[in-house]
Design a binder for this molecule. Sequence first.
Ligand code: DX5
Ligand code: ZN
Length: 217
Amino acid sequence: MQHLIAPSILAADFANLQRDIELVNASEADWFHLDVMDGVFVPNISFGMPVIKAIAQHAKKPLDVHLMIVDPDRYIEEFKNLGADVLTVHYEACTHLHRTVQSIQTHGMKAGVALNPHTPVEGLKDIIEDVDLVCLMSVNPGFGGQKFIERTYDKVRALRKMIDDSTSCALIEIDGGVGPENWEKLVDAGANVLVAGSSTFRASDPHAAVRKMKGMQ
Ligand code: DX5
Ligand code: ZN
């Protein structure tokens, strides 16, 4: 499949949020990536329900919501009501991951599981056929604009093999430090969705940056 680009709104200008949402609507990007942080699971607080509600009113592309929060089960229904299409929880934050994944799907959303940089992909072996997306963190979660961790390429390849050796149709998403320099190597390794925060919104020409990461120029 053609890979997807998901600009992370964390890097948008919050004083001009509607403008930046329209920018993504008008671009070749595929999804909106929304990072929700609780100040407990990660050492930062981003935005919550009212902001997502406002984004959903203007966004014309799927909402890919990345929960960096403890006990995400408490909010699954609320995120569905806010308009989330993909809801991703952290492997490290879920004691009963299988139940959480089932609950997300029962609520009519695609279920994603995110792995921190230190978490091996092998831990997904017994759930890979039940998830719709695996998000490999290529930075430590909590902040935009960090440096890409090179070890991620090996993780993508190992995960690609695990998926291809199974009946799983899970998409592989890469989150953190992705940009014009490394998108192609990630796609070659088997990635399907590239989150691009700084590399979209901090680019001198965001439309051109997205087109480049889509392989269009
Ligand atoms: C980090 C977030 C990322 C972040 C990516 O915790 O999950 O989605 O916004 O930002 P960039 O693309 O700037 O590394
Ligand atoms: Zn994210």
